[in-house]
Design a binder for this molecule. Structure first.
Ligand code: FPP
Length: 241
């Protein structure tokens, strides 16, 4: 595949961890653990083949409604993953992933403060990395993101810095978590579901979609290649003919 046909930005909805575990008679947490391994594997491969931006949906604003034991187990997994990554500095230098977290990560929100601290440290320690940008969506919701961007514009208008009739799409985009990054070209959702689940709603206006029945923990570079081949064969017209 030539580079021209590679997406610059891929969004991935990591779905199917629970079913993967259930199929093996394991607790759901084991599925999430295997999901973290798939995340590492796919990031590494995508960075290798030269995808400059990746966005992974790890935890949505709606996921808090899961049973408290499962939410606590996922938070514990995030904590462990962040702590262990922090200790592997040599490996991080080699991977050169610039990690960014997108979502409502304000203090006083539902994400435990020690995890917020670890997320900030991870962003800071990887800020100079240049191989690929890896956005991880935590406490993320697309509508909430758009609402946040609209509130920012409302404030700027109220302060007289912008006029309502002169607002542009760029003004909105400046208030999104992905400000400054290209829009996703390709969204991948494994596990048989064919919906967006509040993921990157504004950004997906012209994205291509690729769905697969494979469960996220089973997702391999070969599946990513399949998605990329399908993407390369699409005729993107952006509303033109
Ligand atoms: C989706 O599968 C998984 C989640 C909502 C949980 C969080 C994701 C991970 C632990 C993987 C990546 C983590 C990092 C740190 C990047 P599901 O539970 O909805 O599966 P199901 O649809 O089969 O029940």
């Amino acid at each position: 595949m030539n580079n021209e046909n590679l997406p610059r930005h891929i969004g991935i909805i990591m779905d199917g961890n629970g079913r993967w575990a259930a199929q093996r008679g394991l607790p759901r947490t084991q599925g999430h653990r295997a999901g973290v391994e798939a995340f590492e594997r796919i990031c590494e491969y995508a960075a290798d083949i030269g995808i400059p931006y990746l966005t992974f949906y790890a935890f949505s604003t709606e996921n808090w409604a899961r049973p408290p034991e499962e939410v606590a187990a996922i938070m514990a997994l995030f904590r462990r993953q962040l702590e262990s990554t922090k200790l592997r500095q040599a490996e991080n230098e080699q991977k050169r992933w610039r990690i960014r977290y997108i979502g409502d990560l304000r203090e006083g929100g539902p994400v435990p403060p020690d995890i917020l601290q670890l997320l900030r440290e991870m962003e800071q320690s990887s800020a100079g990395m240049d191989r690929t940008v890896v956005n991880i969506a935590v406490n993320y919701g697309g509508r909430q993101e758009i609402l946040g961007a609209a509130r920012r514009l409302a404030r700027l208008c109220a302060q007289g810095e912008l006029g309502p009739d002169a607002l542009t799409e760029q003004d909105m985009e400046a208030g999104l978590y992905t400000a400054g990054q290209p829009m996703p070209d390709l969204i991948i959702r494994p596990s048989g579901e064919q919906r967006l689940s509040n993921f990157l709603l504004w950004q997906c206006a012209y994205a291509e979609f690729w769905f697969s029945d494979v469960l996220w923990p089973d997702f391999t570079p070969a599946h990513l290649d399949e998605a990329l081949a399908a993407y390369a064969a699409r005729n993107r017209r952006f509303g033109e003919i």
